[in-house]
Design a binder for this molecule. Structure first.
Ligand SMILES: [Zn+2]
Length: 379
């Protein structure tokens, strides 16, 4: 890193970042229930120069590091929620430099690095800088959180957001293409009855199984350069071994990094659902989650953002970042045409498992990388 002040800050905050990670990672924060973690972050911000920080209606903790209410904004965010449903403290085991804790890497380590990077820029904000800075510890990134936290931020500041960076995942990766998805619960009902006495009545399990077979006969769109997938992830139903099932349900999703392909999957799915509805007593489709694909993003502005990530990555790690598609908080701004990327400031292992851990040695590189990136993008 060329800037000695940034280098010194990364060195100076090494232990602080780890301490903050230890404090945060044990606080339970399932999606939609991030309040305890949000409170802790808010207190931290207030003690570290963020007197104007506040929590919004979606449990996002917002730090207007440099915001006069008018100028264009760079938004940097990291999410507080974890995939684990725990409502009590999450277990933290420290083995040497490794912190083992569900959610340690995704996204608590990134959030800890981001908060200390924000503190640096809060302390060095030059008055009259053209681009403002908003730092957010956001809610609801995971699963059925459905990106609600990010949606709220982008909707609230929409006209002024120049670009958005979500700090999530590993250093050296960059997500630039949003994988959109639709997630459903399908519930199918038939008359059912006694397995012997009412034999011949329609069986909800049999119809659901047949519907699943039909869904798995679908050939996904073959548009070059795109990827489309689907999955039935859970099935439930029936009453007992001697009962013709009256009700059966499943969770189903499809994903694509292309808008058209996603719409094509939707038409196919609704067509199949319609056919089975006609065969049963009832069939309900409940949309549980919807994540959008890239919309019409201004290519020039987007390229500038991506070039900043590439340059910072090359400067600090010596390598260009791997560029890929993914389902992240960047989906929502991208769907509206706002340049956005997802990139990480740590290296994590076992993400989304209870064995998840982060080697805290990687946080120092992560901090240097994030500082380099922010100083490049903020100008
Ligand atoms: Zn994450």
């Amino acid at each position: 890193m060329t800037d000695a002040a940034l280098e010194a800050w990364a060195q100076e905050t090494r232990e602080d970042v780890k301490k903050l990670l230890r404090e945060l990672c044990v606080i339970p924060a399932p999606s939609h229930f991030e309040e305890k973690r949000a409170e802790h972050v808010l207190e931290w911000m207030r003690r570290n120069g963020g007197e104007r920080a506040f929590i919004d209606g979606k449990k996002n903790v917002i730090w207007p590091v440099d915001d006069d209410g008018r100028k264009p904004l760079a938004v940097f965010m990291a999410h507080t929620d974890v995939v684990f449903p725990d409502t009590g403290p999450l277990p933290l085991h420290i083995e040497g430099t490794e912190y083992h804790c569900p959610g340690a890497g995704d996204d608590t380590a990134n959030l800890s690095v981001l908060l200390y990077a924000a503190k640096y820029f809060a302390g060095t904000c030059r008055a009259g800088r053209e681009l403002g800075l908003l730092v957010v510890a956001n809610s609801c990134e995971e699963g059925l959180g459905n990106l609600d936290g990010c949606r709220e931020i982008v909707d609230a500041y929409r006209d002024r957001i120049r670009f958005l960076v979500t700090v999530d995942g590993n250093t050296g990766s960059m997500v630039t293409r949003a994988v959109g998805s639709h997630r459903y619960r399908v519930t199918l009902r038939t008359e059912g009855g006694h397995s012997y006495g009412a034999f011949g009545n329609r069986n909800a399990i049999a119809y659901l199984s047949s519907m699943i077979s039909s869904l798995y006969d679908v050939r996904v769109p073959q548009k070059p350069g795109t990827r489309t997938t689907y999955n039935v992830g859970l099935i439930e139903g029936g009453t007992s071994v001697n009962t013709i099932a009256q009700e059966a349900s499943m969770l189903y999703e499809y994903r694509s990094d292309d808008r058209e392909c996603l719409e094509q999957m939707k038409r196919i799915f609704l067509g199949i659902a319609g056919a089975y509805r006609a065969m049963c007593q009832s069939l309900d489709v409940e949309l549980l989650g919807e994540r959008p694909c890239n919309g019409p993003v201004d290519e020039e502005a987007f390229e500038r953002l991506k070039a900043g990530v590439r340059a910072a990555s090359e400067e600090i790690t010596g390598k260009a970042p791997s560029e890929r598609s993914g389902s992240t908080d960047a989906n929502y701004p991208l769907s509206l045409g706002i340049p956005a990327v997802c990139t990480g400031a740590c290296i994590m292992h076992g993400c989304h498992t209870r064995e998840e851990y982060v080697d805290t040695e990687t946080l120092y590189t992560g901090m240097r990388y994030l500082l380099a990136l922010m100083s490049r993008l903020l100008g």
